[in-house]
Every structure is written in C-alpha cells, then in structure tokens.
Design a protein around this ligand. Structure first.
Ligand code: ADP
Length: 272
C-alpha cells in the first residue's frame, strides 16, 4: 500500500500499524470457523446458548468443538457430563474431551481436581491459560468451534479476541437486561476487533403455559427487536425459560434435551 492510501488518524498523521497479537494454533488443529458467544454479564445463559448452538450445528452433520473460555465460571463440562478423566495428553499436547455425541470440549474445569475448586488467578495468568487452549490443544478437524467467552467487555474477553481467529460473534441477552446498552457495547467491541456480529439470542424470553400453550412474557415487553433492527443485526433465536433445560444442563444431559430453538443459525452460519 502506498503512503497516500494508508489510513490517517483524525490529527492528519499516519495511523500507527495495528499490532498483531494472534497466537498460532497447535499443529494438530484444523479449525475452519470460530464463533465467540458473548454476554453483558454472567447468569444470562451464555453457556447454555453455547451448548445449544454447538448441538444444533453438530446435528447438521458438522464436526463441532467448544472452547470454554469462561475460566472463572466454567460450566460447559458439567452440561456435557465430561470430566478431567476425559482429557488425554502427552508431553507437549492436550487432546480435548469428547462428549457422548462427539462434541470436543476443553475447559479449565477439566484441569481441576475438583469441579468446585475456584480459579483465583489474575488476568494475565487467565489469558495465558486461554492462549494455551489454542496453542497446546490438538483440536483435530473442526468445522465450527464455539467459544464460551467470559462475560462483559473487559480485559480477558479483549485478549481472547486479540489472540484467537474469531470469525463471528453471537450476543446473548435476556429481556430484563439493559439490552440496548449491552448490544451497543458488543457492537463497539466487534468493530474494534473487526469481527462481524452474526446475531442476538434472547434467552429466558418467555414461559410457555403447560396447560394452554400461551407464551407469558414475565419480564414485560422485550426490546430486542428494536435494538437488533437499530444495529442491523438479526435475532437468531428466542429461548423460553424451560425447567427441563435447567435439569438437562445441571445433570450433564444437555445432549438429550430436545428443545429445538437454534434453527435460526442456518441463516447466519453461512455468512462467515
Ligand atoms: P452464563 O453462562 O450466562 O453464566 P448459564 O448458561 O450457566 O449462564 O445459565 C445459568 C443457569 O440458568 C444454569 O443453571 C442454566 O441451566 C439455567 N438456564 C439458562 N437458560 C435457561 C433457560 N432458557 N431455561 C431454563 N434454565 C436456563
């Protein structure tokens, strides 16, 4: 690129070149597409949506993996019923756990002796461990890797975005969230990282009456449609509050859960 074509900052000076913080994958990994699942805060169902997205995508015949990057609140192994003994390793390489249906999983919880042991680490140590999930884990052939991101837009998610080759972002919100602010923050981060936002998933959107089937919107009118339209982002799914889903997640049986909410992914996955 000639100097005249290089982007200029608003002071008229030449913009400094953006540093490249990407880390190289393990030589045993051939991951075609990576999708980060983000949320504004914890507890909105980000991990559940990651799990349901991975399941739907695997059911379409794809090879699928989940990197659990929510280091201090890892819940993916529990949902899939995998534990430390499902990991294998040699001197230099870790091989991910495989769920019953063949979804590959790597998580900090698979490296802890006890599931409830806290990870009390400062951010540089956490981000170092996350980079190792990419450099030291041989993921094999993967069509879609879903990354369950740490909540928010802080230091750790930022480092993950800078280090990993993320192709697209899914945002998880709930009706009681300050949805427009959360989405604007995610959009700002995505722009900085130059990664497209694929869509928004509204979790805990409604409850279905078990008697008459009526959808009850417990948190009032949802603002997800207005927000999504304002940002030009599709709403990929609306997931109801479903006690069967809580039980499936908590008992390691998410792969047996038959709720089929993620069909909207068929329109967005081909975009990356
Ligand atoms: P996050 O990753 O955002 O912290 P989780 O996915 O771990 O949230 O969900 C928190 C809890 O809420 C879990 O026990 C999960 O089973 C439950 N949960 C999430 N979404 C739903 C839902 N739509 N219906 C019922 N329970 C849900």
């Amino acid at each position: 690129m000639s100097n005249e074509n290089k982007p200029k900052s608003n002071t008229g000076k030449m913009a400094p070149p953006q540093p490249n913080f990407k880390v190289d994958p393990n030589p045993g990994s051939r991951v075609k597409k990576m999708i980060a699942v983000v949320s504004g805060k914890g507890g909105v169902g980000k991990s559940s949506v990651t799990a349901l997205s991975a399941l739907w995508t695997a059911r379409q015949g794809n090879s699928v993996a989940i990197m659990d990057a929510d280091i201090t609140g890892p819940s993916i192994p529990r949902m899939f019923g995998v534990g430390p003994y499902d990991l294998t390793a040699n001197d230099t390489t870790i091989f991910p756990a495989h769920s019953i249906t063949g979804i590959k999983v790597m998580s900090m919880n698979l490296l802890m002796e006890k599931e409830d042991q806290p990870v009390i680490w400062r951010s540089p140590v956490i981000t170092g461990a996350l980079k190792q999930f990419w450099t030291d884990v041989a993921w094999g052939d993967v069509d879609y890797m879903f990354v369950d991101m740490p909540p928010g837009t802080g230091d750790i998610p930022l480092t993950v975005f800078q280090a990993l080759p993320v192709d697209g972002i899914l945002i998880v919100t709930t009706p009681q969230d300050l949805v427009s602010m959360i989405v604007r923050k995610a959009v700002g981060m995505a722009k900085m990282m130059d990664v497209p936002i694929l869509g928004i998933i509204e979790n805990m959107s409604y409850v279905k009456c078990p008697h008459c089937g009526e959808e009850i919107h417990m948190f009032g009118h949802s603002h997800v449609d207005e927000t999504a339209a304002a940002e030009g982002i599709p709403v990929v799914a609306r997931i109801p509050i479903d006690p069967a889903m809580t039980a499936a997640c908590d008992n390691g049986k998410i792969e047996y859960f038959d709720g089929d909410f993620m069909g909207g992914l068929k329109d967005v996955l081909p975009k990356i």
